[in-house]
Design a protein around this ligand. Sequence first.
Ligand SMILES: Cc1cc2nc3c(=O)[nH]c(=O)nc-3n(C[C@H](O)[C@H](O)[C@H](O)COP(=O)(O)O)c2cc1C
Length: 191
Amino acid sequence: MAKVVVIFHSGYGHTKKQADAVAAGAAGVKGAAVDMLAVSAEGEIPAEGWDTLAAADAIIFGAPTYMGSVPWQFKKFADASSKPWFTQAWKDKIAAGFTNSASLNGDKLSTLHYLFTLAMQHSMIWIGTGMMPSNAKAAQRNDINYLASFSGAMAQSPSDGSPEEGPLPGDLETAKLFGQRVADYAVKTRG
Ligand SMILES: Cc1cc2nc3c(=O)[nH]c(=O)nc-3n(C[C@H](O)[C@H](O)[C@H](O)COP(=O)(O)O)c2cc1C
């Protein structure tokens, strides 16, 4: 089995829905075992979460975009990951990232760049969406990869919407396919 871990923070529940969709997509891949780890409101993960990450073949990082980057809670987790960084314990694991925010753009790419840099500090192998953008005249908001990201999965949740109302369905489907892609690759290369 290839072990895939989705580690994410969500302040108000919107990014958790995206994380659930990523995990569901990964879990649908034969040969993949998926764990989810939430970074708490205090920026903590359970102590055994570090063992789960150490055993992972692929780690998918996720966070909402707050002020153009990850929230401080995720950064606290990232700083705590300096412990495995010292021994390069995550070297050559597969890495990927996703983010959700209120605006269509909202500087989401900046958050993905942060997640990418974190993965590179750990000498991981980054995998993008592998999805073509939906940007023709006939494009519809709920098309796959309407937000047109190659670097990682993006989702948008209207600023006044509850987690039941956002992320939008097409972005959740995009997240699902993204999780599937990462898990597929993990099974092919590490399973
Ligand atoms: C402190 C803060 C900063 C935010 N900054 C941004 C931003 O830079 N760009 C954006 O599009 N949305 C921004 N938002 C909106 C959130 O990204 C959006 O509400 C998201 O769905 C929240 O996800 P969550 O429920 O998982 O926390 C911000 C929200 C908060 C609370």
